[in-house]
Design a protein around this ligand. Structure first.
Ligand code: MN
Length: 409
């Protein structure tokens, strides 16, 4: 496959520094955008460390999912022992070549990948953001999401947990296709149809990237904006071995529905009892699979724990946020930590249901929150009021500032 790329990154017109980082390496066939979060220089450091680790991982021949996991480790490691960097995190959306006809996007956070084909822009990635999760669950309309005061809340990022869930999107490409990677500075300022129009009308990838960043700044430039444009110039003939194992597209539904197996048609020569017996034999495994699936969901709902808010207090819930098939979460343990004591990033994570999984994991997360609270209470917070602001302030279209609220989900 032969690709050509262009890239552009800008601080914007409002922010003091650029917390976005990117790589566009035609030779290594690695393209990525990272949007950092964190007080002081935390956001800058997080996105840069993530991009460097991603680059090293891919250069060492690791699959993109592993390279992103190593980037997560690198961000956590860099923050360790450095109070100014505590709580930093970053998004990461990376593009590599899977094989001669397929690209592969690895994705965490709310930066985005788009595919422009035949003049039509299609979004590849799902945002790991609170509002987009609410839209997927049918609890918000896309229009409500666009104006939502908590639209800046990211539900998945690097640098937060030792384990990171990476979404993989294989993208079959043809000559003439164009992939865009961008930080949310572009998509919060420029409507998708305008992104499409600009990406479609400018053939040169470098100029296209620059024009897209210019459009974000012309619309106000409220955030850092980074755009990487990758054009597919040639694809390989079928039969060239894969360089990256093809991965199945992630399913938005976490509950698997078993596909009923198709039985060979019964012939009319069979007697009735035999046909009935055959149908029963066909349905027994199906019923078993369904029973296991339903039981599994129940076990998942009742055995799983997460950290959330009960009123203003941080608690450990038993269950899953929002409940599953009638199994609603119940408070299992309470803590002394109140919402107001948390950093913005921790607050947002708890609001979204943090540390989902084992009770031990939830307790460790609470211990980490407590440690953060203890650390904050022993340092001067008055001199640096924004030290723990780890979520990126944003405005929505049209440009109206949206004050961040602390109301729990
Ligand atoms: Mn941003």
């Amino acid at each position: 496959m032969r690709l050509a790329s262009g890239s552009s990154s800008h601080t914007g017109l409002v922010r003091g520094n650029n917390e976005d980082s990117f790589v566009a390496d035609d030779a290594r066939v690695l393209f990525a955008v990272a949007d950092g979060m964190g007080g002081h220089r935390g956001g800058e450091v997080a996105s840069r460390v993530a991009i460097e680790a991603l680059r090293a991982g891919v250069a060492a021949g690791r699959p993109v999912r592993d390279a992103i996991a190593s980037a997560n480790d690198a961000v956590i490691e860099r923050a360790r022992g450095d109070a100014e960097l505590t709580g930093m995190g970053t998004t990461l959306t990376a593009l590599v070549v899977a094989n001669g006809q397929q690209l592969l996007v690895g994705h965490v956070g709310d930066s985005r990948a788009y595919l422009l084909r035949d003049g039509t822009l299609r979004r590849i990635t799902e945002d790991h953001s609170l509002v987009e999760e609410l839209v997927r669950e049918g609890r918000l309309t896309p229009e409500q999401a666009e104006a939502h005061p908590r639209r800046a809340v990211v539900t998945r990022a690097l640098g937060v947990d030792a384990e990171v869930d990476v979404d993989l999107y294989p993208v079959d490409v043809a000559v003439g296709d164009r992939v865009l990677l961008c930080s949310d500075g572009l998509t919060t300022m420029v409507r998708e149809r305008d992104v499409e129009r600009i990406a479609r009308s400018e053939p040169d990838p470098q100029r296209a990237a620059e024009k897209l960043v210019d459009a974000a700044n012309s619309a106000g430039g409220d955030d850092n904006t980074t755009v990487v444009v990758v054009d597919v110039l040639e694809v390989d003939p079928v039969g060239v071995p894969a360089t990256e194992p093809a991965a199945p597209a992630p399913s938005p539904a976490r509950i698997m529905t078993p596909a009923p197996e198709v039985s060979p048609p019964t012939t009319s020569r069979e007697s009735w009892p035999r046909r009935i017996r055959n149908s029963l034999l066909l349905f027994v495994p199906l019923i078993l699979v369904l029973a296991i699936a339903v039981g599994g969901v129940g076990l998942y709902a009742r055995r799983s724990y997460y950290v959330g808010f009960a009123g203003n207090r941080v608690v450990i819930y038993k269950g899953v946020p929002g409940g599953v098939l009638g199994w609603n979460p119940t408070v299992d343990e309470t803590t002394k930590i109140s919402a107001s004591q948390l950093s913005q990033l921790d607050h947002d994570r708890v609001a979204g249901g943090a540390a989902r999984g084992s009770l031990g994991g939830a307790r460790r997360f609470v211990a980490r929150l407590q440690a953060g609270v203890d650390a904050t209470s022993t340092t001067t917070t008055t001199t640096r009021p924004h030290a723990t602001t780890t979520t990126r302030p944003r405005t929505r279209k049209p440009r109206t500032t949206t004050p961040r609220t602390t109301a729990p989900r």
